[in-house]
Every structure is written in structure tokens, then in C-alpha cells.
Design a protein around this ligand. Structure first.
Ligand code: PMP
Length: 402
């Protein structure tokens, strides 16, 4: 018999599928068997894309705007992104510093692959978004996770950052508002981080601001606003969350012109520009400002408060108050080591997530995928009734563990 030899490259075998996607697959399988599963595993707004954005896309089709566009995006869109940065973030870019791609995800991958050499260390503020670590692996870099303390709402401090820096450090990566924790860095906290970076001129930063609009505390601050580090910050943003446009696949980065040019070159060999029609939709979205986002944010805030009201009533679950995004990220360590009513020991958060899927029929994502093996992530981007029912069931199921 011939031996089965994997044809896959070593690179690919090092990469894992996002736990978020793996968990939602499991939830779908269970739902296909007729089980009433509530999936709180994916980070996706449950709102429709605003009508004025859809209309712009229809118009683009009707006008025959269906051809390849310049790789980093159409000129009007890159200009509109510069205008948005100037208006809302006090950041001042030229269009040649903007690269539009198929989602913030591609913008992040462009930045990592453009900046990281094999063996470079990338400090990833942890808990972190699942794809950061895998992107660093693809670039043959080394992820150095630095875990923010629960008492500090999981936010990494400047002192922690300083302590993690070595001569090999090339990049730091974080999201604010943060997926999975919902933490938002204040101007002061970012200022302290900028001061550390100012002392290390070789280190770059990727600031993932995709949840910018979903912020319950008010001001969003960008690391690139600190002049001492501005040149070395790649700011990533997009449309998926703020405009409920996950399926359209559009996001962007702003960086120093040489780095933006490198991202453009990379993207030109992988995907070229994102969809022409989507770009027109993105342009309309930016021209419409953030009013539609503000309506959604009111709903996200209401749901956060609703969910916190219930989970704070569940003994032994420690849940910091998210200041943005649409997740809660409770610490569940008190439940690890407990037994189910059948006597099965729950050893880790993966087993706890599976138990909740099987017993409560609620899908969550185990925190180890985010570098936090004592937490579970629940999305709160669901209808109020679903959230109430989901956390009622979770309370019952957790209550059965002893
Ligand atoms: N960054 C973070 C922190 C995210 O949560 C997500 C989406 N889940 C992305 C980037 C990717 O966004 P997009 O859909 O625009 O690619």
C-alpha cells in the first residue's frame, strides 16, 4: 500500500483554523440535527447594511462599474479615507498612504507580511484577536503574547510592554476597542505606550481600530496621533463592524508611504483590488458619516447592559465591563476542574465551551484561541430575546457543575 504523504507545505501545517469559525461550524452541525442552538461565537453585527450604502452598490452595477480598479483602491475612496482620518481622528494622510483591501483582515496581513522578517518578534497584546498570531506565523515571525491583567480590564500596560521588548522586537499589535475583551485604550494609556515606543526606534505598531465606532466610553484615540511614533504606526480600519458590512469585504490601512507601497505590491500579487462595487459602497458609507453606526451602537450598549445584568448574577463568573465592541469575555477559571452531573471533569475552557454547547446549546469561543485560557468569549451581537435565553441557559448549565 502506498504511504499517504501530506502534500501540504510546512507553513500551512503550522496554521490553524480560527477557533471562532471552528466553533460556529460545530454549532451549525448541531442545529442541522434539529437542536435549538444559540450561536454567540461569531463576531458579526446582526444589523443590515444601511440602505444608502446598498443603493450606491446597485448604482455602481447599473453604471457598469464592474472592472478592475487600481490595486490600493479607487482615487475617490482613498481620498475619502484621508478625509475621514482628518475629520474624525486628527490624522493627516495623503492618498498614497492608504491601501484598501478585502477587509481589515487583509490590511492586517499586508502590514504583518510587509514588516516582519523570519525570527522577528511581534509583541501581541493579549487577549488578542485570533488571526494575529497566525499571520505572524505565516511571516515566520515569533509571537510574544503579553497578557493584560483581569484587574486592568485585560489592558496591557506600558511597563508590561517595556519588559517584553528585546533586540529582536519588530512590531507590536493590538486592537482598541479590543476583540475579544471590549477594552478601550484611553489617550493617557496610549501616550504611555507611545513613550515606550519612542525609546525603541526600530519597533513598529499595528493599531487595529476596526471597532472604532462601537465605543461606549466616548473618545476613540489613535496611537498614530502621538508625533513621536506616528511614522511607525500602521492604522487599520474598515467597514465590517461600524457599517455592518462584513460580507462586502472591504477594509483599509494607513501607513508611511514606503510601507503602504509595500502593502500595495504584496496585495497586487495576491488579490489585486477588492471588488469595484464594494468600493463604491464604501465610498458612500464614508460620505454618509457615522450616523447609522451611532444607531447600532445604541443597541450594542443596551445589549451589553442587558447581558451584564444577567451574567453578574451567575456565581463565580468574573466579567469586566466592556467599553466597546460587542463581546463579553468572562473569566471562567472557577469552573475548571468541576464535574458535570455525569461525573465528567471539565479540564479546560475548550471542554467548558463544548459542555455549554451540548448542555445549554449555546456556542461560545474558548479563550485560549485569544491567548486567554481562563476565559470564554460570547458575542452580544444578537437579538435581545436570544441573549436573555442564552444566558439563562448558561446559568442553569454552569449551576449544574460541581
Ligand atoms: N480585526 C478585528 C479585531 C476583528 O474582530 C475583525 C473581524 N472579526 C477583523 C479585524 C477583520 O475585519 P474584516 O471583516 O474587515 O476583515
Amino acid at each position: 500500500m502506498t504511504e499517504l504523504i501530506s502534500p501540504l507545505s510546512a507553513r500551512l501545517s503550522r496554521i490553524t483554523e480560527p477557533a471562532t469559525i471552528a466553533m460556529s461550524k460545530k454549532a451549525r452541525e448541531l442545529a442541522a440535527q434539529g437542536v435549538d442552538v444559540i450561536s454567540l461565537s461569531l463576531g458579526e453585527p446582526d444589523f443590515q447594511t444601511p440602505q444608502y450604502i446598498k443603493d450606491a452598490a446597485k448604482q455602481a452595477i447599473d453604471e457598469g462599474f464592474t472592472f478592475y480598479t487600481p490595486v490600493p483602491g479607487i482615487a475617490e475612496l482613498r481620498q475619502a479615507i484621508c478625509d475621514k482620518f482628518a475629520r474624525e481622528n486628527d490624522l493627516h494622510f495623503q492618498p498614497n498612504q492608504i491601501v484598501v483591501g478585502t477587509g481589515a483582515k487583509q490590511a492586517l496581513a499586508n502590514a504583518v507580511l510587509s514588516l516582519v522578517d523570519p525570527g522577528d518578534e511581534v509583541i501581541v497584546f493579549s487577549p488578542y484577536w485570533v488571526s494575529y498570531e497566525e499571520m505572524v506565523k505565516l511571516a515566520d515571525g515569533i509571537t510574544v503574547p503579553v497578557l493584560g491583567a483581569l484587574e486592568n480590564d485585560y489592558k496591557v500596560t506600558a511597563a508590561q510592554l517595556e519588559a517584553a521588548i528585546t533586540p529582536r522586537t519588530k512590531l507590536i499589535m493590538y486592537s482598541s476597542p479590543c476583540n475579544p475583551t471590549g477594552a478601550v485604550f484611553s489617550k493617557e494609556e496610549l501616550g504611555e505606550i507611545a513613550a515606550v515606543l519612542a525609546r525603541h526606534p526600530r519597533i513598529w505598531a499595528v493599531a487595529d481600530e476596526i471597532y472604532e465606532y462601537i465605543n461606549f466610553v466616548g473618545e476613540h484615540y489613535s496611537l498614530a496621533r502621538f508625533p513621536e511614533v506616528a511614522e511607525r504606526v500602521v492604522t487599520v480600519n474598515g467597514f465590517s463592524k461600524g457599517y455592518a458590512m462584513t460580507g462586502w469585504r472591504i477594509g483599509y490601512l494607513a501607513a508611511r508611504a514606503d510601507v503602504a507601497a509595500a502593502c500595495d505590491k504584496l496585495q497586487s500579487q495576491f488579490t489585486s483590488a477588492t471588488c469595484s462595487i464594494t468600493q463604491r459602497a464604501g465610498l458612500a458609507a464614508l460620505r454618509g458619516g457615522r450616523a447609522s453606526a451611532d444607531e447600532m451602537v445604541a443597541a450594542y450598549r443596551r445589549r451589553r447592559d442587558l447581558v451584564l445584568g444577567i451574567v453578574r448574577d451567575i456565581p463565580d463568573l468574573i466579567t469586566p465591563t466592556p467599553e466597546g465592541a460587542f463581546y463579553i469575555f468572562p473569566d471562567v477559571s472557577a469552573f475548571l476542574g468541576r464535574r458535570t452531573s455525569e461525573g465528567v471533569i471539565i479540564n479546560d475552557v475548550n471542554e467548558l465551551a463544548l459542555y455549554l454547547l451540548q448542555d445549554a446549546h449555546v456556542a461560545a469561543v474558548p479563550g485560549d484561541a485569544f491567548g486567554a485560557p481562563s476565559c470564554l468569549r460570547f458575542s452580544t451581537a444578537s437579538a435581545d430575546e436570544k441573549l436573555v435565553e442564552a444566558f439563562r441557559r448558561i446559568k442553569v448549565s454552569l449551576g449544574k457543575l460541581n
